[in-house]
Design a binder for this molecule. Structure first.
Ligand code: PLP
Length: 347
């Protein structure tokens, strides 16, 4: 008998369920570029409404959403502020510089969360020499901050500081629905601090592809031009949007299950010898564990886990990352706990 692999590397590993595939197969479609795809239009309306924004545009990826927001709101040579751990700075292949010509300034937040004061202090006195700060991005939830939820008050603090300085506010809401489910705070309340918000459909929401960027009508009109320029305009993409509509109906409330599983994992391994992690930092579906106390590098620890059929992501030299998602069961988590403890305790 072959043991199934427990794969906790990322919540991008969700695969569309039979019911989602059925919804995709049956989706009414049209030409998205002409605004004639009813499924895309329905998804854009639904996400704009969810975020309390005027308009939305359907995109192939959340990366494109972050980049369109930057292209529209951060003119060439201006500064984009984000936390030093942010996806937009770390994992988008330098796109803010390569595409928008943005100068990036990394803020030293606390597990991905920074303050309004940090924004104010990052803005130089206006002069002929100083670069202008035009956009600030907050990542909800902060992935490298161990899935930390930005508290609403913290977001409001950044929003107020940014408004006072005429800086556009963007939310990289790749996992905004995880935050909303974890706190019970409506997505539109988080979104209300921002000019633009992008939601990823291909993470915990379980879609194969897609993201939706929302904002004011004029903002979305400009974002559409950049989507067209970058080759992101599609045709009968209602096939994909239908997955998003299905996910918003069926895969949001269940995120609580992922959060419960992540916390169970954290609680189960926190006391293992040589493993360092604080389970109270696990607010959503991400667990980051420091294995340096075992004397093993993260790559070696991951290799030993893999031999036992458990896959974790190597986050850096000394930390591993486990992410729970649709398809990861409590049994999988129990197996992961046993495997991690066995390797740690054998040291
Ligand atoms: C995954 C992710 C993105 C990018 O999403 P893609 O759909 O892979 O382009 C952006 N921001 C955060 C926080 C993410 O986790």
């Amino acid at each position: 008998m072959t043991l199934t692999v427990v794969d906790l590397r990322s919540d991008t590993l969700t695969v569309p369920t039979p019911a989602m595939r059925k919804a995709m197969a049956e989706a009414p479609v049209g030409d998205e570029q002409r605004g004639e795809d009813p499924s895309v239009n329905a998804l854009c309306d639904a996400v704009a409404d969810l975020m309390g924004k005027e308009a939305a545009v359907f995109l192939p990826s959340c990366t494109m959403g972050n980049q369109l927001a930057t292209l529209v709101q951060c003119p060439r040579g201006d500064v984009l502020l984000a936390d030093q751990t942010a996806h937009i700075l770390r994992y988008e292949a330098g796109a803010p510089a390569a595409l928008a010509g943005a100068l990036t300034h990394a803020l030293a937040g606390e597990r991905g969360v920074f303050t309004g004061d940090a924004v104010t202090q990052a803005v130089p006195e206006e002069s002929r020499w100083a670069p202008r700060v035009s956009m600030v991005s907050m990542e909800q939830t902060s992935t490298d901050g161990c899935g930390r939820v930005w508290p609403l008050e913290a977001m409001q603090g950044v929003g107020a500081a940014a408004r006072a300085l005429s800086i556009a506010v963007h939310i990289d809401g790749a996992r905004l629905m995880n935050a909303a489910v974890a706190t019970g705070i409506a997505p539109r309340r988080y979104a209300s601090v921002a000019n633009s918000v992008v939601l990823d459909l291909s993470k915990g929401l379980g879609c194969p592809i897609g993201a939706v960027l929302t904002g004011s009508r004029p903002f979305i009109a400009q974002a559409w031009r950049w989507k067209q320029r970058l080759g992101g305009a599609m045709r009968q993409s209602g096939i994909l949007a239908a997955a998003g509509l299905y996910a918003l109906r069926h895969n949001v409330d269940r995120l609580a299950e992922d959060h419960g599983n992540a916390r169970h994992l954290a609680d189960g391994i926190a006391s293992a010898r040589g493993i360092t992690l604080d389970p109270t930092h696990v607010e959503t579906n991400v667990v980051i564990l420091d294995v340096s106390g075992t004397g093993l590098l993260a790559t070696e620890f991951a290799r030993r886990l893999q031999a036992q059929g458990v896959l974790l992501g190597v986050h850096n030299r000394i930390t591993l990352r486990a992410v729970t998602y649709l398809g990861v069961t409590r049994d999988h988590v129990v197996r992961a706990i046993e495997a991690i403890r066995a390797i740690a305790d054998a040291r």
